[in-house]
Design a protein around this ligand. Structure first.
Ligand SMILES: [Zn+2]
Ligand SMILES: [Zn+2]
Length: 304
């Protein structure tokens, strides 16, 4: 083989330098493994650690600042490379580049991104990216701090004062349930509880939470459920209508073993199914009534 030389630096080429007439070093300079923007600006939520580039907030896998930064770099800069899966990336944070705000928040830093081609570790590239961090509140957390946000309402109602104890019991259970849920997902919370004459209104942060709560209550209580949906506006960004959902829950005013006076006879509540109440009269007659009966009729309950 005749002597060949690098077209760029003039270095003598060797057998494993078949890089278009260039030595490996010059080849990599001309054809870097990857090319990223020099800067990246990320929003990080002060309260929950979610991050975003524009409007869409992403919950991080890990809440530690540097792993949030790493995750954001992977998502916003390296996504297409990671999809191809042909380069191994590693990160090095330059501590000397740290700039802190007056409130001691890290607002700027440099991160070196090193990539090595999987099939040939001689082919590598590194690039320093300067990252700006904007510490703000995500939509959800600012709603949370504001305490006024809600998109669904559950109305819990009883028929008369006699059942007020039930409302209290249900509220305690609902609060426990939602607190647990909130621990796992900060989007789910009750933003307001309003007292009403025969119960309470719960203002909920999501429609999803409303469905969870209905399911939860169904497993424990008997009630009539009426759902309504009201158009309240339009999300112009997403181009869709916004609805406020309402669920009215009317707790059945009788429970198993209650004695109810119907017609001219006392009946005891023998069983309650998903939508019927099964009663047994003094003379063993069986009576089946819909839930609605107990709301529409004035029923006289006799306590044992
Ligand atoms: Zn060269
Ligand atoms: Zn947040």
């Amino acid at each position: 083989m005749p002597n060949r030389f690098c077209a760029i630096c003039g270095k003598k080429l060797v057998q494993d330098d078949p890089h278009f007439g260039m030595c490996l070093k010059c080849f990599l300079k001309e054809h870097p493994l990857f090319k990223l923007p020099d800067r990246l600006s990320i929003n990080i939520c002060l309260d929950c650690g979610s991050y975003s580039k524009k409007d869409i907030w992403i919950e991080p896998l890990d809440n530690e600042l540097f792993s949030i930064i790493k995750e954001a770099v992977q998502k916003f800069l390296l996504k297409s490379f990671l999809k191809k899966n042909n380069i191994d990336f590693s990160f090095a944070v330059n501590e000397n580049s740290f700039i802190f705000s007056s409130k001691d928040l890290l607002v700027s830093l440099e991160v070196e991104i090193i990539g090595v081609l999987k099939e040939d570790s001689n082919i590598k590239h590194k690039q320093i990216i300067s990252i700006n961090l904007n510490h703000i509140l995500c939509k959800n957390c600012s709603n949370l701090r504001g305490g006024t946000y809600f998109i669904a309402i559950i109305q819990l109602r009883v028929k008369d004062e006699e059942q007020f104890g039930l409302i209290k019991e249900v509220l305690d259970e609902v609060n426990d349930y939602v607190e647990n849920l909130f621990e796992k997902n900060h989007k789910q919370y009750i933003s307001k509880i309003e007292n009403q004459k025969f119960g309470v209104d719960l203002y909920l942060s999501t429609n999803e939470l409303m469905n969870y709560l209905i399911k939860f209550l169904k497993s424990k209580y008997f009630f009539l459920l009426k759902r309504t949906k009201k158009l309240v506006g339009r999300d112009t960004q997403k181009g869709r209508n916004l609805y406020r959902l309402k669920a009215l829950i009317k707790f059945l005013p009788v429970k198993i073993k209650d004695i109810v006076f119907i017609g001219d006879q006392n009946f005891s509540v023998e069983n309650i199914t998903k939508n019927k109440v099964i009663l047994r009269g003094e003379n063993a007659t069986k009576l089946i009534k819909d839930y609605t009966y107990f709301f529409n009729e004035k029923i006289i309950k006799k306590n044992l």
